[in-house]
Design a protein around this ligand. Structure first.
Ligand code: ADP
Ligand code: MG
Length: 638
C-alpha cells in the first residue's frame, strides 16, 4: 500500500501525471519487488517511466542501456528539465569526458546513467560500476541482444557480464518489437532469472487501417485528404519523392511541406514546428520524420510507398490518433510494388566481397590506417560517402549492419555534434601570430582562456558560449574559426548533424575480415522474411489488419478491430447476407416515407449493391414499384 502511494506521488511530483498508462504500474511493481522483468510495450506506450519511476522511488542510481544517442540525449535533457540529475555516456564523447561522467556517478548524486552498449566493455566502466550503488539496470531496445532480431548489436551481449558485477540489481528489459523467438533469446542472453513477462496491448482502437491498391496514387491521396479533416503525414521512401509530392500537393491548393534528412537542421525544426502548430496541414516525409514528433491530433498517415517491415509500418502509422480520436492509416499500393521491393532487396544486399570493399573504403574515408582506430569514433556522413563512392546508400547500410553484427564497427544514428577545434601550431608560433595579427588577438585569447590553453587534440567547443564571452555574433565567431582554419592555425569541424562510426576493433587488412556465413545468411533471410510479411499485409484480403499487426508483435489476444477496411467490408457483406430475405420489405418501408433514386436506396443499406439491384429489378417486374423519367422510384399502392 505504501509502495502504491510512493509511486503515484513520484509520478505526480516529478512528471505531473495523474495516473499510469496500461501495464506501467504492473511493470513498476515487479521491478520494485526486485524481480527481473521483461516488458513488451509499443512505441509511445510509455516505457521510460517504467524504469524512471522506480529509480526515483528508491535510493541509488539507475543505469539505462540504450543504443540511440539522440534518444539518450533527449531523455537526459528531459530529466534535467525536471531537475533530476542524469548523465549520458556515448561514443561521441572523449575519454576524459567519459571519465568525469563516471566519477560523478560514483561520487555524485546522479540518478540516471544512460550508456551506449559499446561502452560497457571498457575497463573504466567496469571498475566504476562496482563502486556505484545501482538500483536498477534498464535495458532499452532489448531486442538488440538477439541475433534473431533485426537490430542485433553484439555489444548488447556484454550486458550479462555487467550484471554479474552487480549481482543484486534487478534487470528491466524493454522492447517494442519482439517475436516469440526474440523474447526467449532476450531472457537467455540477459540471463534473466525467473522473469516476470509483462505485455501491453499492441492494438489501437481508434486507428482504422486500410490498404488501397490503385493505379493512380496521387488521385487516391487527394481523395483521402479530401475525405479526412485535420492534419496528416504522407510517408514516401526517397527524399526526391518527398519534395515532388509536396510540391504537387501545393499545386493542388493543399497546405503541404516536405521533410527529410537532407535538410539543414534548423530548417527541419522550423518545418516540424509549422506542422505541429497546424500552420502546415500535411507533411510529406521520409522516415527521417519521426523522432520527437509530439502531435496528438494527427488524423491520417498515408504511406505512399511500401515500408521495409511491419515494425516500421506500425510505428509510422501509429503516429496518427494519439489523442484517441478516430484516425486513418492508409497504405497505397500499386501492382508493381512487389517486384520493386524484391528488386531493391537484390540490389541493396551486398555480396561478401563487396562488404569487404566497403569496409576498406569506409576506413579510408574516415582516415583510419590498418592497425589503428580501436575504440575510436568518427563522424560519418553516409550520403556524402555514398555520393563520393557511387554506391547505393541502402547497400552501404546493409554492409555496415553486417560488419556491425560481426563486431567490427557500430554506426550510430544521426546526432548533434558540437563544433570541434584543435591547434596545429606551437604555443610560440601562436604567440607570434597574436602579436602580428591584432584583429585575431582578442578572439584567440578568448578561446585560450575559455578552454585552458593550446590543445593538440580535437576538442569540442561551444560556439554560442564563445560568442557571448567574446562579444562577437555567432556568425562572426564561425567566420573567425574558418579564417583561422584557412590560415592553418587550427583545424576546425563546424557543428553538424551526423551519424558516428565507432570502431569496436582496430582496422584489419581486408583479408582478415571474417564475416560468419551464418550471420550473413541469417540476415538475408531475415530481411526477406520481414518484407514478405509487409507484402502479405498489403495483399491480405481476409484478416483484420489490426489483428495481423498485433499478432506480428506476439499479441495473440487481439480481436477483430471492426474498423479496418477488411472488417468494414466483412460487416457490409454480413449485413447484405443477413438481410437477403427482407430487402423487399425494407425498400417498401423506405419508399413509404419518400421517393428515392436507386443510388439513394443503395446508400441507405450500405451494403453490396448487387443483391439490392436484383431485388429492385424483381419488384419492378412484380409491379410493386416504378421508376419515373427522372430516375426516382415510387412505391405503387397495392
Ligand atoms: P516508449 O519508450 O514506450 O516509446 P516513452 O517512454 O517515450 O514511450 O513515452 C511516450 C510519451 O508518453 C512521453 O511523452 C511520456 O511523457 C508520455 N507518458 C508516458 N507515461 C505517461 C502517463 N502515465 N501519463 C501521461 N503521459 C505519459
Ligand atoms: Mg523508448
Amino acid at each position: 500500500m505504501k509502495q502504491a502511494q510512493t509511486i503515484h506521488s513520484v509520478l505526480r511530483q516529478h512528471w505531473g501525471f495523474d495516473s499510469f498508462r496500461p501495464m506501467q504500474e504492473q511493470i513498476i511493481r515487479s521491478v520494485m519487488e526486485g524481480r527481473d522483468t521483461l516488458a513488451l510495450m509499443p512505441t509511445g506506450g510509455g516505457k521510460s517511466l517504467t524504469y524512471q519511476v522506480p529509480a526515483m522511488a528508491q535510493e541509488g542510481i539507475c543505469i539505462v542501456i540504450t543504443p540511440l544517442i539522440a534518444l539518450m540525449k533527449d531523455q537526459v535533457d528531459n530529466l534535467r528539465r525536471r531537475e533530476i540529475s542524469a548523465i549520458a555516456i556515448h561514443s561521441g564523447m572523449t575519454p576524459r569526458q567519459i571519465d568525469i561522467a563516471l566519477d560523478n556517478c560514483v561520487y555524485g548524486d546522479v540518478k540516471f546513467l544512460y550508456i551506449a552498449p559499446e561502452r560497457l566493455a571498457t575497463e573504466v566502466f567496469r571498475l566504476r560500476v562496482q563502486k556505484m550503488k545501482v538500483s536498477l539496470l534498464a535495458v532499452d531496445e532489448a531486442h538488440c541482444i538477439s541475433q534473431w532480431g533485426y537490430d542485433f548489436r553484439p555489444s548488447y551481449l556484454r550486458i550479462a557480464e555487467v550484471r554479474r558485477l552487480i549481482p543484486d540489481t534487478p534487470i528491466l528489459a524493454l522492447t517494442a518489437s519482439a517475436t516469440k523467438v526474440v523474447e526467449e533469446d532476450i531472457i537467455d542472453k540477459l540471463s534473466l532469472a525467473d522473469p516476470a513477462i509483462l505485455r501491453s496491448s499492441f492494438t489501437r482502437d481508434n486507428l482504422s487501417y486500410s490498404v488501397r491498391a490503385v493505379d493512380d496514387k496521387n488521385d487516391q491521396l487527394m481523395r483521402i485528404i479530401g475525405n479526412v479533416a485535420g492534419s496528416g503525414i504522407v510517408y514516401v521512401r526517397t527524399r526526391e519523392g518527398a519534395e515532388k509530392i509536396a510540391s504537387w500537393l501545393r499545386e493542388q491548393g493543399e497546405s503541404a511541406d516536405y521533410y527529410h534528412g537532407g535538410l539543414p537542421n534548423a530548417e527541419r525544426s522550423l518545418r516540424q514546428e509549422d506542422w505541429t502548430q497546424g500552420r502546415t496541414r500535411i507533411m510529406v516525409a521520409t522516415n527521417a520524420f519521426g523522432m520527437g514528433i509530439d502531435k496528438a491530433d494527427v488524423r491520417f498517415v498515408v504511406h505512399y510507398t511500401m515500408c521495409d517491415s511491419l515494425e516500421s509500418y506500425y510505428q509510422e502509422a501509429g503516429r496518427a490518433g494519439r489523442d484517441g480520436k478516430r484516425s486513418y492509416a492508409v497504405l497505397l499500393t500499386s501492382p508493381d510494388d512487389e517486384q520493386r521491393v524484391v528488386k531493391r532487396f537484390e540490389s541493396e544486399f551486398p555480396p561478401l566481397s563487396e562488404i569487404k570493399s566497403i569496409y576498406e573504403k569506409v576506413c579510408n574515408y574516415v582516415g583510419v590506417a590498418i592497425g589503428d582506430g580501436l575504440q575510436s569514433s568518427f563522424l560519418f556522413n553516409i550520403h556524402d560517402f555514398a555520393t563520393r563512392e557511387h554506391i547505393f546508400t541502402g547497400k552501404i547500410q546493409s554492409a555496415l549492419k553486417i560488419l556491425q553484427q560481426n563486431g567490427y564497427l557500430t554506426l550510430t544514428e544521426e546526432m548533434e555534434n558540437p563544433a570541434r577545434i584543435m591547434f596545429c601550431v606551437s604555443r610560440d608560433d601562436l604567440y607570434k601570430i597574436r602579436v602580428e595579427r591584432n584583429d585575431l588577438d582578442h578572439f584567440l585569447r578568448t578561446i585560450l582562456r575559455m578552454y585552458n590553453g593550446v590543445f593538440t587534440e580535437f576538442r569540442a567547443i561551444d560556439e554560442n558560449e564563445i560568442a557571448s564571452v567574446s562579444g562577437y555574433t555567432l556568425e562572426r565567431v564561425k567566420e573567425l574559426f574558418k579564417r583561422l582554419w584557412q590560415m592553418r592555425i587550427i583545424r576546425y569541424v563546424p557543428s553538424n548533424r551526423s551519424p558516428i562510426l565507432f570502431f569496436d576493433e582496430e582496422r584489419l587488412p581486408v583479408d582478415d575480415i571474417y564475416i560468419a556465413p551464418e550471420t550473413y545468411r541469417l540476415r538475408k533471410e531475415m530481411i526477406h522474411e520481414r518484407f514478405s510479411k509487409m507484402l502479405s499485409y498489403a495483399s491480405n484480403q481476409e484478416h483484420c489488419r489490426s489483428r495481423i499487426l498485433a499478432e506480428y508483435f506476439g499479441d495473440s489476444e487481439a480481436g477483430d478491430c471492426g474498423i479496418c477496411d477488411i472488417c468494414l467490408a466483412k460487416r457490409k457483406r454480413q449485413k447484405a447476407e443477413s438481410f437477403s430475405g427482407d430487402f423487399k420489405a425494407e425498400i417498401i418501408k423506405l419508399l413509404s416515407e419518400r421517393n428515392l433514386s436507386a443510388r439513394e436506396i443503395v446508400a441507405e443499406f450500405r451494403c453490396d449493391p448487387q443483391p439490392l439491384l436484383d431485388t429492385l429489378k424483381q419488384m419492378h417486374e412484380e409491379g410493386s414499384i416504378r421508376t419515373d423519367s427522372a430516375g426516382v422510384i415510387h412505391k405503387i399502392k397495392p
